[in-house]
Design a protein around this ligand. Structure first.
Ligand code: ATP
Ligand code: MG
Length: 724
């Protein structure tokens, strides 16, 4: 009974408790954000351990990030005592568990257990060699592109023999399959593997060695997976192999939790269908829905539920909260003139919260694209406000930004040898290590900067013609740019440098998934220079910014992308940049069709549901897009927020020379931009009015969109869909 239940079970609601205590057989918890899915998983592990159903080493638990794995281990320790969690070797991400499996059975994949794991750069270099060895033109058939194709195949668990005829033919005149095979052979010779292999090798090993697989069937008594909606096909195959006994007799104790509305990695091969067909894969599955949200206020939950109801391809969900504090504020929507004012206003709001004794640790800024971080980082440094960037380098530490800054530094100071060395062969100009050592030696011998030494060498006959020509060009470039330093506006010069050096083109020709983001960052860099008088004062500012500590462990605001915010929660959340083209992102809009836009909307839902108490959304009326200042249109997602839960903030715009462009308190009034805003004030108002006449957030939430989704559900899923 409830009374003599162990402490860790108290405080769970009946559905959560069912999910924890149904330890035998397949269980799926499919529920909305903040309903306690992760908490259920954590408590379930604690329960299994505390009741002696399994030893720590007999539990396989998969989280989405390493950080989540560490936190889960910690939480279990709190629930049942740290000593009892020791040795949970199989709690981690798919990749970290994959490495462990592969090290144990490397020989079955033709590797030694000390194999190396290649990073993306290594992979691309290797593929380039293979392309050249085939006598193919690596300009026409870029290695980066093929690396992406291989990654895509591996996400689907496909080896060279499995890929479709058309796919294989689409690269290098039909040589795709041979190249893929040559790549795998080469990896084997090198005793190396790539990230995809960390899953694909174990899958192949399990298939080819039933004894090995059986061993793991005996070992793993319980399998648990968080964020199941974002598993890709390879991860799914890997799980199925581990979870499905061939003899069909033993029960499969697998518990997956997830939320189809938070599937945001489709662009990286995640298949939301994996979660939707769980009951077919594991017949007799107990499907549990959690409907009570413990995280957010009624206003935040109401706004998020209403927004996500605009997606068509979804299972409807009921979500309610008991929180009904009249003190709770509505979701705040703010307008700003541009990204600088947006950052200023967010900074002010954060300081206001601080004055009310809110911890910075409880606040987060979640951006759609990483280039947006720059304005906030700069502003917070000016304010002396501690911040940390989660899940990626800080803006000025990104590779492309460091490269660009290196060019600028040499222009501003020819003696900056460190910077010179970084970019002398960027983009690649065929300057090898030997040539660079020669520049070094000359510079040291003559006590001159490397740039000057390079110039000298370019005029001597100590070098072969090719590197000599390359150095001559480098020297001439810098001479020209240094002259222009006195005459050209510095932002213009910066752009010229990146163009004439071939750096911008290098990323334009790059087909990797990161390239567009890097180009965006470069544009943002140039844009940010406008604030400074000269190139030198800008570089000084950057040097100071780079010196700022990362503030680990201190009280600090978190800045991260929406993608890396999955599963997290904060008391106060800021969502800047809600404009068409940025969010939803232009790339999703260009794709056309529903799926790209719907994934963006799910990302918005993830963002909104990170907030516990306070939520502030911003949009600006001017933003630099594709290098041009454009007046922007507020995101359609703003339109999709119900009026009853939203407050359009009067932005107390006390600074800068410009008045508040949105005096009327609506998105549309007073817009001065040349583009017409299709979302008139009346339209915005009507969305709220139609959606919810009652005004207050009712306990169960349903909309026509939700009902439509219900009607669209397939018969098979309907049958098994009853709660409990
Ligand atoms: P997401 O979909 O965002 O990953 P989730 O469903 O995993 O969310 P959790 O992070 O597990 O939700 O829980 C959200 C918050 O609600 C956490 O702070 C958690 O501690 C709290 N919570 C969950 N269940 C309960 C409960 N029964 N009583 C009190 N608080 C709870
Ligand atoms: Mg979670």
């Amino acid at each position: 009974g409830q009374n003599n239940a162990p402490d860790y079970l108290k405080g769970l609601n009946p559905e959560q408790r069912l999910a924890v205590e149904t330890t035998e057989g397949p269980v799926l918890v499919l529920a909305g954000a903040g309903t306690g899915k992760t908490r259920v998983l954590t408590t379930r592990i604690a329960h299994i351990l505390a009741t002696g159903k399994a030893f720590p080493s007999q539990i396989l638990a998969v989280t989405f990030t390493n950080k989540a794995a560490r936190e889960m281990k910690q939480r279990i320790g709190i629930l049942i005592g740290e000593g009892n969690v020791e040795g949970m070797p199989w709690l981690g991400t798919f990749h970290s568990i994959g490495v462990k499996l592969l090290r144990r059975h490397a020989e079955l994949a033709g590797l030694r257990s000390d194999f190396t794991i290649l990073d993306t750069d290594d992979v691309v270099r290797l593929i380039k060699q293979l392309i050249q060895a085939e006598g193919l033109d690596d300009k026409r058939w870029p290695a980066k592109q093929f690396a992406q194709m291989i990654d895509g195949w591996k996400n689907k668990g496909q080896g060279p023999a499995d890929i479709a005829e058309g796919d294989a033919r689409s690269f290098a005149n039909g040589k795709g399959r041979e190249l893929y095979k040559a790549y795998q052979d080469r990896l084997q010779t090198l005793n190396a593997c790539d990230f995809g292999d960390l899953l694909c090798h174990p899958i192949r090993i399990f298939r080819a060695n039933p004894d090995v697989l059986k061993d793991y069937h005996r070992r793993f008594k319980y399998i648990l997976v968080d964020e199941y909606q974002d598993t890709n096909t390879a991860q799914y195959m890997w799980l199925r192999l581990l979870a499905q006994r061939a003899d069909g007799r033993a029960t499969v104790n697998i518990c997956c939790v997830g939320d189809d509305d938070q599937s945001i990695y489709g662009w990286r091969g995640a298949e939301v269908d994996n979660i939707l067909r769980f009951d077919k894969d594991f017949p007799g599955a107990t499907i549990i829905r959690l409907e009570r949200n413990y995280r957010s206020t009624a206003h935040i939950l109401g706004a998020a539920s209403h927004l996500i109801a605009h997606n068509e391809g979804r299972f409807g969900k009921t979500l309610f909260t008991d929180r009904n504090d009249p003190e709770d504020g509505k979701v705040n929507v703010h307008a700003a003139w541009d990204s600088e004012e947006e950052a200023r206003a967010v900074g002010e709001t954060i300081e206001a919260y601080q004055r009310q004794k809110h911890d910075l640790n409880d606040m987060a800024i979640l951006v759609r694209a990483s280039f947006q971080m720059r304005a906030f980082e700069d502003r917070f440094i000016t304010l002396g406000l501690n911040y940390r960037v989660i899940g990626g380098p800080r803006f000025y530490e990104r590779m492309e930004i460091r490269d660009a800054l290196a060019f600028f530094r040499v222009v501003a100071n020819s003696g900056d040898d460190l910077a010179f060395e970084r970019i002398v062969n960027v983009p690649k100009r065929g300057l090898g290590e030997a040539t660079i050592r020669q520049i070094h030696d000359t510079a040291r011998a003559l006590r001159i900067p490397m740039l000057e030494a390079a110039g000298n060498l370019a005029e001597s006959d100590e070098l072969k013609p090719k590197p000599r020509a390359a150095l001559r060009e480098v020297a001439a470039n810098f001479e020209r740019w240094q002259k222009a330093l006195e005459t050209k506006p510095h932002t213009e010069l910066a752009e010229t440098i990146l163009e004439e050096s071939g750096y911008t083109d290098m990323w334009k020709n790059d087909r990797s998934a990161e390239a567009p983001g890097r180009l965006e960052n470069l544009k943002e860099l140039i844009r940010s220079m406008e604030e400074y008088e000269s190139l030198r004062s800008f570089l000084e500012h950057v040097a100071l910014v780079m010196d700022a500590e990362q503030n680990a462990g201190q009280d600090a605001v978190s800045i991260m992308t929406l993608h890396s915010a999955k599963g997290l929660e904060f008391e106060t959340v800021f969502l800047p940049g809600w404009e068409e083209g940025l969010f939803p992102h232009q790339r999703a809009l260009d794709e056309g069709g529903r799926s790209g836009l719907e994934e963006e909307r799910r990302l918005a839902y993830v963002g909104l549901t990170r907030a516990k108490k306070n939520l502030h959304i911003w949009f600006v009326s001017n933003r630099l897009i594709h290098g041009l200042w454009q007046s922007t249109i507020p995101s359609r997602f703003l339109e999709e927020l119900p009026e009853s839960h939203v407050e359009i903030a009067e932005s107390g715009n006390s600074h800068g020379g410009y008045g508040n462009p949105y005096g009327g308190g609506s998105f549309a009034s007073g817009r001065g931009g040349g583009r017409q805003n299709p979302y008139g004030a009346s339209r915005f108002d009507s969305v709220g009015a139609n959606a919810e006449k009652s005004g207050a957030f009712s306990n169960t939430y349903s909309t026509p969109g939700w009902q439509r989704a219900q009607a669209n559900r397939t018969e098979a899923t309907d049958r098994n869909w009853g709660t409990r």
